[in-house]
Design a protein around this ligand. Structure first.
Ligand SMILES: *[C@@H]1O[C@H](CO)[C@@H](O)[C@H](O)[C@H]1NC(C)=O
Ligand SMILES: *[C@@H]1O[C@H](CO)[C@@H](O)[C@H](O)[C@H]1NC(C)=O
Ligand SMILES: *[C@@H]1O[C@H](CO)[C@@H](O)[C@H](O)[C@H]1NC(C)=O
Length: 192
C-alpha cells in the first residue's frame, strides 16, 4: 500500500514536473519554429546564374550618380583618400556604352578603408529593373581594390527571385576618365 502510494505520487510529480517544464520552456520560444523547406519552395534544385553588366560611376557633371558624403580631416592628405565615404545610385547597363539598355542600378556606399592602397569597402544592392529579375535585388558586401585587374566581392544575399542567394561578383575596370568609371561586373550566384 505504502509502496503503491509512493509510486503514484512519484508518477504524479513526474507528470506535473514534465507538464510545467513543457509550459515554461515552450512559451518563451513560441515566436520561432522549424518549418519544412518545401513550404518556401526550397526543395527544388538551386540555379546557378551568371549575370554580366556594366556599372557607370559618374562622380561629376550634369549626370552625377555618386556623391561624396563624408571625409576626415586627414582624407585630403591621404594618398588613398582614406576615410572618404561616397553614396552612389549608379546605372547598370547591358553593354559598356552609356546609352545602352539600363538593366538595373547599384545603390549603396563605397568608402576608402585602406591606408596602403586604394581599397574600398563596398556595401550595396544591385536592384534589377529588366526582364524576369525586374524587382529582385542582390546584396554585396566586399573589398574593392580598384587598381587590381579583377576584384572579387561576396554576394551576401538577395530578395525576390534572389532569395537565399549566395555567390560572388567579379569587377574589372572597363574604362576610366575624369568624370566616369565604367566597370564590368560578372556575378555568379546560386538561387532558387
Ligand atoms: C546626361 O545624360 C543625358 C541622357 O542620357 C545625355 O543625353 C547627356 O549627354 C548626358 N550628359 C553628360 C554631360 O554626360
Ligand atoms: C519593372 O517593374 C516595375 C514595377 O513592377 C514596372 O513598373 C516596370 O514597368 C517593370 N519594367 C519592365 C521593363 O518590365
Ligand atoms: C528591390 O529594391 C527595390 C528598390 O531598389 C525595391 O523597390 C524592391 O521592393 C526590392 N525588391 C524586393 C523583392 O525586396
Amino acid at each position: 500500500m505504502a509502496k503503491l502510494f509512493f509510486s503514484n505520487s512519484f508518477l504524479l510529480s513526474l507528470i506535473s514536473f514534465l507538464f510545467i517544464t513543457t509550459i515554461t520552456t515552450a512559451k518563451p520560444h513560441s515566436f520561432i519554429k522549424t518549418i519544412s523547406p518545401t513550404t518556401l519552395g526550397l526543395h527544388k534544385p538551386q540555379k546557378l546564374s551568371h549575370i554580366r553588366f556594366y556599372f557607370h560611376d559618374i562622380i561629376g557633371g550634369k549626370n552625377q550618380t555618386a556623391v561624396r558624403v563624408a571625409s576626415s580631416p586627414t582624407t585630403e592628405k591621404s594618398p588613398t583618400g582614406f576615410g572618404s565615404v561616397v553614396m552612389m545610385d549608379d546605372p547598370l547597363t547591358a553593354r559598356p556604352e552609356s546609352n545602352s539598355e539600363v538593366v538595373g542600378r547599384a545603390q549603396g556606399i563605397y568608402a576608402s578603408a585602406s591606408q596602403s592602397e586604394v581599397g574600398f569597402l563596398m556595401v550595396l544592392n544591385f536592384a534589377f529593373t529588366q526582364g524576369k529579375y525586374n524587382g529582385s535585388n542582390l546584396s554585396i558586401l566586399g573589398r574593392n581594390t580598384i587598381e587590381s585587374a579583377v576584384r572579387e566581392m561576396p554576394v551576401v544575399g538577395g530578395s525576390g527571385l534572389f532569395r537565399f542567394a549566395r555567390g560572388y561578383a567579379q569587377a574589372s575596370t572597363h574604362s576610366i576618365n575624369a568624370l566616369e568609371a565604367i566597370v564590368e561586373y560578372n556575378v555568379y550566384v546560386f538561387h532558387y
